[in-house]
Design a protein around this ligand. Structure first.
Ligand code: ADP
Length: 413
């Protein structure tokens, strides 16, 4: 008698033993029996043909049926299930057949089982990789959704804040006018109060402007007005602007002459000034009193590189990408002070994402290097900005998107 003929009559005991070994609850047992029956029949075919291929289909189905949840109450892998079924087969064959017949069945079964194991491992790996790919795609989608809701929040917040702010500014101006004709003591008394309102409005206006910039960048609506410029002129203007702050904080700012700073390039002067001003203000904010800030750079093929280095607290490697994301401020928000130029006077964490948006809109790129974060040793940070060397404004349709931009800016007014 051949192996198949010997094994076939053991279908019922095998099925019972296999169901017992793999399933606990009644419902699971009922669901499992047809699958096990199918497995047994394919095993018989494989034995008859001396070829493991008939088992492949059932192994594949199990491997892909979500890590075999329907094989048992517990979460078994296909390899676990095959191991259990191997043990069951061995026991059933030994119990029901005399030793020589048992050997006659088990001998050809062994290579079939080894093949099934190898095939299951391969299928399971593929199934898990596919599963991981699907999960990753879901995470990616969630992240994109989160980013979209962040963008929507920024855009709504910017527009919602703009209206009441304009009202407060308007009423403050009216109050100021009214007080001009008030008696001198009242005028003098109200002066610091009015200044307080103005300062508050100014700060809020800056935040609203930043929110609008972020939302323009997010929505690809940042439009640049390209003009010829020299970087050394741009930095000279910034040095003059920041001189009082630097003096107050006892910081030295030196702009080294470098090849490229006197090269005529094309860019949006206002936006580039905004970006470099922010980088310098950050260097000021994150460098303790008495520190040094240096601007230098070099000319590269097709690009000019600007480096802004400071002797400040530095940035941990794990945060060196994060800080360029919107709301990417690092550190404990509870210790947050929102001074614009005071040591560690953090803002809302929008600045560098705007800087990045401006530089990228110019076709450039920005990154930071720092040995790490240490408030005691102050290892410093260096921000690198690469700007393309343009000898003319980029060839683009200047009016492209202008209507879209106008509609966007007036939205909510
Ligand atoms: P913020 O408004 O908080 O200053 P930014 O987007 O300008 O936001 O910067 C994000 C974070 O990057 C800051 O909170 C700070 O932790 C870090 N950072 C930026 N520039 C420097 C620097 N020159 N030295 C050390 N840390 C810096």
């Amino acid at each position: 008698m051949d192996a198949r003929t010997l094994l076939e009559p053991l279908r019922e005991p095998w099925l019972n033993a296999a169901t017992d070994a793999l399933a606990r609850g009644e419902a699971t047992r009922a669901g499992l029996r047809p699958q096990l029956l199918d497995f047994f029949d394919r095993l018989l075919s494989a034995l008859a043909q001396g070829d493991p291929t008939p088992l492949n289909i059932v192994v594949t189905t199990w491997a892909w049926s979500l890590t075999s949840t329907d094989l048992s109450d517990e979460r078994l892998t296909v390899l676990d299930a095959l191991r259990v079924l191997g043990g069951v087969t061995l026991r059933v064959v030994r119990r029901h057949l005399p030793p020589e017949q048992a050997l006659q069945v088990l001998e050809p079964l062994l290579p079939l089982w080894l093949h099934a194991f190898a095939y299951a491992a391969e299928q399971e790996l593929q199934a898990q990789m596919e599963h991981a790919r699907i999960e990753l795609a879901k995470v990616q989608q969630d992240l994109e959704r989160l980013d979209r809701s962040k963008s929507n929040f920024v855009s709504v917040a910017a527009h919602e804040l703009k209206t009441p702010l304009t009202l407060i500014e308007g009423y403050a101006a009216m109050l100021e006018d009214t007080l001009r004709s008030a008696p001198a003591p009242l005028r003098e008394q109200s002066q610091p109060l009015l200044q307080g309102i103005h300062r508050g409005c100014e700060r809020t206006r800056e935040i609203v402007d930043n929110l609008i910039d972020v939302s323009l960048i997010d929505n690809n609506l940042l439009r640049l007005s390209f003009q010829p410029l020299w970087l050394h002129q741009l930095f000279n203007a910034l040095v003059a602007e920041l001189a009082p702050v630097l003096e107050k904080r006892h910081l030295t700012l030196s702009v080294e002459p470098f090849l490229g700073s006197r090269h005529l390039i094309f860019g949006d002067i206002t936006r580039l000034q905004q970006a470099f001003r922010h980088l310098l203000l950050n260097a000021i904010k994150y460098t303790p009193d008495g520190g040094r800030i240096t601007v230098d750079g070099r000319l590269l093929p097709g690009f000019v590189e600007v480096r802004i280095s400071d002797t400040g607290i530095g940035i941990a490697p794990e945060n060196q990408r994060l800080i360029f994301e919107k709301f990417g401020r690092v550190g404990d928000p509870r210790t947050h002070s929102s001074s614009k130029t005071g040591f560690k006077g953090g803002g809302p964490g929008l600045g560098l994402s705007i800087v990045k948006g401006i530089i990228e809109a110019h076709g450039g790129t920005i990154w930071v290097e720092s040995p790490g974060y240490d408030e005691e040793k102050c290892p410093g940070s260096t921000f690198h900005v690469l700007l393309p060397l343009r000898s003319a404004p980029p060839d683009e349709d200047e009016t492209r998107g202008l209507e879209q931009l106008a509609a966007y800016l007036t939205q909510g007014e």
